[in-house]
Design a protein around this ligand. Structure first.
Ligand code: NAG
Ligand code: NAG
Length: 410
């Protein structure tokens, strides 16, 4: 018991000190047949979330529970974890069951937020590859591994990178997961990548409907345009990852050669929803492999790799005229203040707003698939309200009977 407390305190300390973070960026769950007799202490539903929640339905109650306390023993109690952490353990509609999604989640800290993200997007028909930064602590890794071991459709990437912001390693982390997902027996249709500070705005049903209907049914979503001159520096001189922490140009006397196969380099977001045939193409094609090698010493290659390949004539589900279409992320860039949003009520970190409670009306009115960024240490209430808002929507759309433990009693 003492050991247990000591570990937990240590863990909380680690969480507490990592305030400034950034984004690199059908389940056979054993269920206990017995029902709980242990009384739980409920808190009333928090008033501060009410502007974002529908008044319909029974009043909600919630209970605060630190999720890492489930992972202190050697063998996690998986039925207890699934139930008490409110994972949804059955497909909620036929439509979702027929269209499994694959997710790649790249994480390095913010463990509690990751668990909340995972339970928000978890569905037993989907598949989840978690890439844990090779720099993360052993304890962090152990907890994520234990959590994953409770779900047959959640696994850790078989190859791990020490991820550097804007470095090749960030792209490689995604590719490691893709190689694992390509071998998965789960018939997933599209893969979405996320980082630990994202949170969904769409329910799984809404994601499926967005991705399987026109125009996206036959297209990859990886928005971007021909690389503008202002971004050319990224590929003109070689960059290197310093100490697995930042990227630096190698020096003016070095010059990179032109891209292979006379490729036109595009510039776009590092986030995507890609079809499975496209992923297979990326993993096999010589052009993709050559572009990958050439990209090794470029700045932020994840912002040109996917979108460039999506403009190849022979790439499956390519989107040659796609430009910036595709609503992947809602975020508040500092330099779009007064243009696309009325300022960040939370706090800017690397020029992107970390949302606070007062940003949530803006966030929840967006139609993007996900929103970024959230941080438990800075604005925990914003995360709680997002969870409640999202789960309420998910359960309202469900076409199957709702099990009591799916209600979010945090
Ligand atoms: C797991 O948790 C459930 C519910 O809390 C409990 O009934 C069960 O005995 C636990 N199993 C083990 C192996 O500890
Ligand atoms: C790399 O890290 C080491 C140890 O943390 C430090 O001593 C060194 O100055 C760092 N080098 C650079 C170039 O940042």
């Amino acid at each position: 018991m003492l050991l247990f407390l000591g570990k937990k305190k240590c863990f909380l300390f680690i969480l507490g000190t990592c305030i400034l973070t950034f984004c690199y960026l059908k389940a056979n769950i054993p269920r206990s047949s017995t029902t709980h007799s242990k009384p739980v202490r409920y808190k009333p539903f928090p008033q501060y979330c009410s502007p974002f929640l529908s008044r319909r339905g029974a009043p909600w109650q919630w209970r605060d529970r630190l999720s890492e306390s489930y992972f202190t023993t050697k063998e996690p109690n998986c039925s207890r974890i699934a139930e008490e952490l409110h994972f949804i353990t059955a497909p909620l509609s036929r439509e979702e069951e027929e269209y499994p999604l694959a997710f790649i989640i790249t994480i390095h800290k913010e463990l509690e937020l990751f668990m909340r993200l995972l339970r928000a997007i978890y569905a037993p028909q989907n598949v989840y590859c978690i890439h844990v930064d090779a720099k993360a602590s052993q304890q962090y890794m152990t907890i994520v591994r234990q959590l994953a071991s409770c779900f047959p459709n959640v696994f850790l990437a078989t190859a791990r990178e020490k991820v550097t912001y804007a470095g090749f390693s960030r792209l490689k982390a995604d590719l490691n997961c893709m190689a694992d997902l390509a071998r998965s027996s789960i018939p997933w249709k599209k893969v979405i990548n996320l980082c630990g500070e994202d949170f969904p705005l769409k329910s799984n049903l809404e994601l499926v409907q967005y991705l399987r209907n026109k125009p996206w049914d036959k297209l990859n979503m990886t928005p971007g345009i021909k690389q503008p001159p202002s971004m050319r520096y990224r590929i003109q001189i070689p960059y290197e990852e310093i100490n697995h922490s930042y990227m630096a140009p190698k020096g003016k006397k070095y010059r990179k050669g032109p891209p292979p196969h006379n490729l036109d380099i595009y510039f776009g977001t590092a986030y995507y929803a890609l079809t499975r045939p496209f992923v297979d193409f990326v993993l096999r094609s010589t052009v993709a492999k050559d572009l990958l090698e050439w990209s090794r010493d470029t700045y932020s290659p994840d912002e040109h790799y996917w979108v460039t390949l999506n403009h190849l004539k022979d790439a499956p589900a390519n989107n040659l005229e796609g430009k910036w279409s595709g609503d992947i992320r809602a975020l508040k860039w500092k330099h779009y203040e007064e243009v696309k949003h009325k300022g960040c009520k939370g706090m800017y970190v690397r020029n992107i707003c970390v949302f606070s409670l007062e940003d949530l009306l803006w966030v929840t009115n967006k139609h993007s698939m996900f929103a970024n960024k959230f941080q438990m240490q800075l604005f925990p209430k914003a995360v709680h309200c997002m969870e409640l808002w999202h789960r309420q929507k998910v359960l309202r759309q469900a076409e199957v009977p709702i099990q009591p433990e799916w209600r979010l009693i945090i």
